[in-house]
Write a protein that binds this ligand. Sequence first.
Ligand SMILES: Cc1cc2nc3c(=O)[nH]c(=O)nc-3n(C[C@H](O)[C@H](O)[C@H](O)COP(=O)(O)OP(=O)(O)OC[C@H]3O[C@@H](n4cnc5c(N)ncnc54)[C@H](O)[C@@H]3O)c2cc1C
Length: 283
Amino acid sequence: MAEWLRPRHMNEALRLLAELPADHHQIISGGTDVMVAQQLRAPRDIAVWLDLSAIPELKMVEVTAEGIRIGAGVTLSVLRRHPEVQKHWPMLAASAAVTGAAPIQNRATLGGNLCNASPAADNAPVLLAYGARLEIAGPNGTRFLPYDQFHLGYRQTALAAHELLQAIHVPYLPGGSRAYYRKVGTRAAQAIAKVGIAAWIHFDAGQGIIAARFGLASVAATPCLLPRVSHYLEGNNLKHVCEFTIREKVSSDIKPVDDIRSTAEYRLEVASRLVWEAIHDAH
Ligand SMILES: Cc1cc2nc3c(=O)[nH]c(=O)nc-3n(C[C@H](O)[C@H](O)[C@H](O)COP(=O)(O)OP(=O)(O)OC[C@H]3O[C@@H](n4cnc5c(N)ncnc54)[C@H](O)[C@@H]3O)c2cc1C
């Protein structure tokens, strides 16, 4: 019979984690990914469960002068309804609202969505686009990591063995920026993304593009940014932006694959069109 540990504080969780058997424990937050993996996908021999759901520090949402700090254990239901999130980070409210359906959102946490490290995670492209930073707690203290350095490969993250994700920091966008979020799936609800996009673009008073950032899901082994697209757009003018060049840049930024949900060709086509739509919609 596996042991179930439910620490009440972050320090207690870190102390327990440091003592656990290396390959026979499982961290669990909302459990909506790990329970499916354990029951259906890839059952493992788990001796100890480390349940993070009773740690108040992980449930906090704080608005600061720089942005918002969201505890890793905040559920997607809380996020989608949070008035500050809706006002200043609407893409995050939107992505939380399309991650599974209400019963999943009531348990699923933002930290779990990132640490599960699926390339299709709905909130990942949003946090990439916003330029989020992760607060990671470990036995030697806390470190901060830009979120775009977190995903090292397919389902691999930069978390070390005895570390936990504590919070996600999301900065305000530059004033006047316009955001765009869209998830393309088989259905409008309860579908894993074939392509997900989050973008924001900062125009000058006319059609000049000052800054542009795009996060994508389901188009590579990890959620990813589009650095070549951003480089092409920044300093350019909307009237000189060419759809063909956008497609070229997108195809050099992403590495889509064929899988049960879609084909690489479809994903490239849709990603290119969504980038084009995002730019024009934002203007
Ligand atoms: C029916 C159904 C529909 C779904 N639909 C979607 C969807 O549309 N879009 C989507 O993106 N996902 C979807 N999911 C997947 C899942 O619900 C989300 O990824 C969810 O956000 C996971 O959060 P959780 O708290 O349940 O994670 P858990 O299952 O508890 O954990 C996931 C992973 O993260 C690790 N982890 C969790 N918290 C921490 C932490 N603080 N520090 C370190 N590691 C941690 C765990 O060890 C585990 O490896 C769906 C799942 C189901 C069952």
